[in-house]
Design a protein around this ligand. Structure first.
Ligand code: SF4
Ligand code: ZN
Ligand code: ZN
Length: 310
């Protein structure tokens, strides 16, 4: 297969034709930069915290956020990376090593926060106890605690935006999950810029890879030669998301454009969902004073289960 723009061999076939290595890289970077501009994800005055894990999506978004800032002469001394170490044996320590190397190479300050230090236990130790009391799966605990620590530390460092590596596949899965579980309120928090409005207790989360498929991100990482583990979290197959992911992949294989269709339909509905979301009350948690929808935030509620079991 030949590149549609030059004589070189193509590395990927897209909807509008095939591209060689260098044309694919420019196409991909251009798409990410256009997403940032179109949805105004980054502004000159922003202090940017990139939520990283050391995986392919987060290294890509970290690299491209820095490149975007350089391109538009936004000072990069306002950019830093933050990783939450959940304490998942044989997995997270490996990705954190890749991340540390990457940040050193690209001269990006990195901050690490640990579940064990801040919530009392690693995910590996906390999950079986919380599961007994609540039947929550590892990803439920992990997701709540990780978002909690990300927001807390991003605020602490004075960030005005948290950049995440969510790609088009992740978002399509989240949309379908919310739909299947009738989580209408949560749906309003999705989109390229999470949570429509600014809030003192919340740092807005933005997703520059919003329109990039998982396969595209994977290929970009390989072509750029980033040192990255493609290993999956050992818990990932236990989650509801995994079934949705398999279903969507199967659909996409049979009916090309399914995932794009989900995103497109969702973006058309998003303004209305956000109106509803903005009416929701966010108040400080009575225990930790972080953002909460109830009297006590979800992170503290899960921590309480551990304390009771002690
Ligand atoms: S797959 Fe689940 S447990 Fe593993 S890192 Fe992701 S959310 Fe956490
Ligand atoms: Zn080419
Ligand atoms: Zn709390």
């Amino acid at each position: 297969m030949q590149c549609g723009k030059c004589d070189l061999k193509a590395v990927m076939e897209l909807q509008h034709g095939a591209l060689c290595k260098s044309h694919f890289i420019s196409y991909f970077e251009d798409k990410v930069f256009r997403t940032i501009n179109r949805y105004q994800l980054i502004q000159r005055k922003d202090r940017i915290c990139v939520a990283t894990s050391g995986g392919k999506d987060s290294l890509t978004v970290l690299y491209l956020t820095k490149k975007y800032c350089e391109k538009y002469q936004i000072p990069t001394n306002n950019l830093f990376a933050l990783v939450i170490d959940e304490g998942i044996a044989e997995y997270r320590e490996k990705t954190v090593i890749d991340l540390e190397l990457f940040c050193r190479k690209h001269n990006i300050p990195l901050k690490i926060a640990y579940f064990k230090e801040e919530l009392g236990k690693t995910l590996d130790d906390a999950y079986p106890i919380i599961n007994q009391g609540t039947s929550k799966k590892p990803c439920n605990v992990c997701g709540v605690w990780r978002r909690y620590l990300l927001n807390k530390h991003a605020k602490k460092i004075g960030a005005t935006k948290v950049v995440t590596g969510h790609n088009l596949d992740d978002e399509a899965q989240a949309i379908i999950m919310n739909l299947f579980k009738a989580n209408v309120d949560l749906a309003g928090r999705l989109g390229p810029l999470s949570g429509g409005s600014e809030h003192d207790l919340f740092v807005q989360r933005v997703k520059p890879l919003y329109l990039c498929g998982e396969k595209e991100v994977r290929l970009y990482t390989v072509l750029k030669g980033f040192q990255v583990q493609f290993a999956e979290c050992p818990y990932s197959k236990e989650g509801y998301r995994h079934h949705i992911q398999e279903m969507l992949n199967e659909f996409e294989h049979k009916y090309k454009g399914t995932k794009q269709g989900i995103i497109k339909s969702f973006l058309a509905m998003l303004p209305r969902l956000q109106e509803k979301e903005e009416k929701q009350q966010i108040t400080p948690c009575r225990k930790c004073h972080e953002a909460a929808n109830n009297d006590i935030c979800n992170a503290c509620q899960m921590k309480e289960v551990l304390e009771i079991a002690r």
